[in-house]
Ligand binder design. Structure first.
Ligand code: PEP
Length: 259
């Protein structure tokens, strides 16, 4: 039984792994166990080239499809980019926006994150907005300042009625793909700060209902302790989502905590 008002959301970011065939296989392995986990929303983010294969596999199941990136324009001369309506057409309901790897390797700025978020919402895609500090920023006690800048920029111009169609993923950059997880209390304290900030930008009711995931080396053996924390509403999972059994173990931990 879920006690929280917020349905937890566990997302699998497959990054630039899996061919169409491999992604379909992984999706099939998840499909088998999934009906056990009705209290958790589960979203799969395959690479663009595998979207249609995964979409065929998960049709009629509670599994949801999402895209790892999105452009903000509807169409145009933007070689290599994919627009929100194209992703909706491919079966996506979510898009990851502002992942730290996009910020770091592809020059994605706070302003681009905001454009992507607004455009996704306009076309019916729910953005998972990624925010997080670098190690150096945490060590210099600048975490809150960085998160405040990222969150305020991401939500600029987003109306109150759209906020609950978004999800925030708090992903400390130093914990992504490093095997180094934020301790549950540090993650929770930071997510409480983000929640409070949303309350200041919008209002208490919205802040109480907005889902905030944690991301950064979530594994089957640390998931339960993270999910027990009051401000952690699921996870954005990279490495541990590439194998069906480890991803299902994380989803199962989330369900077991009974948020
Ligand atoms: C991610 O890609 O968002 C992520 C958190 O990766 P990992 O779980 O591998 O740290």
């Amino acid at each position: 039984m879920r006690v929280s008002q917020r349905k937890p959301i566990v997302a699998a970011n497959w990054k630039m792994y899996k061919t169409g065939k491999e992604a379909a296989q992984l999706a099939r392995s998840l499909k088998e166990g999934i009906n056990l986990f009705q209290e958790v929303e589960i979203v799969l983010f395959p690479p663009f080239t595998a979207l249609s294969r995964v979409s065929e596999v998960i049709v009629g199941t509670p599994l949801i499809l999402g895209a790892q990136n999105v452009h903000w324009e509807k169409e145009g001369a933007f070689t290599g980019e994919v627009s929100p309506p194209m992703l909706v057409d491919a079966g996506c309901r979510y898009a990851i926006v502002g992942h730290s790897e996009r910020r770091k390797f592809f020059g994605e700025t706070d302003e681009m994150v905001n454009l992507k978020a607004k455009s996704s919402l306009a076309y019916g895609l729910k953005p998972i907005l990624c925010v997080g500090e670098e190690l150096e920023e945490r060590e210099q006690n600048r975490t809150e300042q960085v998160l405040e800048r990222q969150v305020k920029a991401a939500y600029a111009g987003i109306a109150e009625e759209s906020v609950l169609k978004t999800v925030i993923a708090y992903e400390p950059v130093w914990a992504i793909g490093t095997g180094r997880t934020a301790s549950p209390d540090v993650a929770d304290e930071t997510q409480a700060f983000i929640r409070k900030l949303i309350g200041k930008i919008y209002n208490e009711a919205i802040s109480a209902l907005l889902r905030i995931q944690y991301g950064g080396s979530v594994k089957p053996d640390n998931a339960k302790d993270l999910f027990r924390e009051p401000n952690i509403d699921g996870a954005l999972v990279g490495g541990a989502s590439l194998k069906g059994d480890s991803f299902l173990a994380i989803v199962s931990a989330c369900q077991a905590v009974g948020k």
